[in-house]
Design a protein around this ligand. Structure first.
Ligand SMILES: Nc1ncnc2c1ncn2[C@@H]1O[C@H](COP(=O)(O)OP(=O)(O)OP(=O)(O)O)[C@@H](O)[C@H]1O
Ligand SMILES: O=C(O)c1ccc[n+]([C@@H]2O[C@H](COP(=O)([O-])O)[C@@H](O)[C@H]2O)c1
Length: 224
């Protein structure tokens, strides 16, 4: 029992546990099946409770082993101005995760990818993993503006999470329309990771109001 009673000061700091130097190395998968990993790509400028909420719901509803927060070097559709340095966003994301199965990492910086289609093409070589791309409804609405967006949906299953006020527009939009045949019912959420793409699901939940834009606006106004 000595390991369990180690004093707190002997434990490694959270940042080193969640963002080890070899962060691009995939952790060992269970021997009997591939590791099921949800990928929440994002700017995390900054990370907030909405990311955590969606990740916890994804772990539970999609029966995932882990969720990886892919802290993006730079969203190709967002302005560079106002984007905090990657190291700062990564550090804050690791602190926000507060869960052993939610890992913040700068995987795209390590892989040298900027576009999601490229990242997923690289990850397709990680044969002992099954990836699910996670996103909020706001990103489903703008998905047709992403490079090779159809290839993304061919690369891995996708779970879209309710987010006010975007959900209605997202479900009525061109991406959802094009992919109507590939949509699974919500009751099949636990099957999604094992389903061959294209396959996606819309996860209805109580929307979480957190937004990085609002946090930045409050900070700018001096309200923290
Ligand atoms: N409150 C939320 N509910 C559902 N999904 C969310 C929420 N916040 C963020 N997400 C999703 O998490 C991913 C990363 O989000 P991101 O880091 O851009 O945060 P954001 O709050 O949307 O930032 P910004 O306001 O700067 O655009 C995206 O897929 C986004 O849709
Ligand atoms: O590949 C693209 O063209 C593309 C365009 C816009 C956004 N993305 C990705 O979408 C994820 C969410 O980005 P964000 O900034 O909305 O958090 C993040 O992983 C981005 O790299 C990707």
């Amino acid at each position: 029992m000595t390991g369990l009673s180690e004093p707190r000061t002997l434990r490694r700091p959270v940042a080193r546990l969640t963002v080890p130097p070899a962060e691009a190395e995939p952790p060992a998968a269970p021997s009997h099946r591939p590791l099921r990993v949800g990928l929440l790509g994002g700017s995390f400028n900054p990370a907030h409770e909405g990311h955590r909420y969606v990740s916890l719901e994804a772990l539970k509803r999609l029966q995932l082993d882990q969720v990886w927060w892919l802290v993006s070097p730079q969203n190709p559709l967002k302005p560079v101005a106002g984007m905090a340095p990657l190291a700062e966003r990564l550090r804050a994301a690791a602190a926000m995760a507060r869960h052993p199965r939610i890992k913040a990492m700068a995987l795209e910086a390590r892989l040298g990818t900027r576009y999601t289609a490229d990242t997923l093409r690289r990850l397709a070589q990680w044969r002992d993993h099954r990836f699910v791309w996670l996103m909020g409804a706001d990103n489903l609405a703008q998905l047709p503006r992403w490079r090779h967006w159809r290839a993304i949906l061919e690369a891995c299953p996708v779970a879209v999470f309710e987010r006010a006020p975007y959900s209605y527009r997202a479900l009525a939009g061109p991406a959802a329309g094009t992919l109507a045949d590939a949509r699974l019912s919500a009751s099949r959420a636990a099957e999604l990771a094992a389903t061959d793409p294209p396959a996606w699901i819309f996860v209805r939940l109580r929307p979480h109001p957190a937004s990085a834009t609002a946090i930045r606006a409050r900070a700018k106004a001096g309200g923290g």
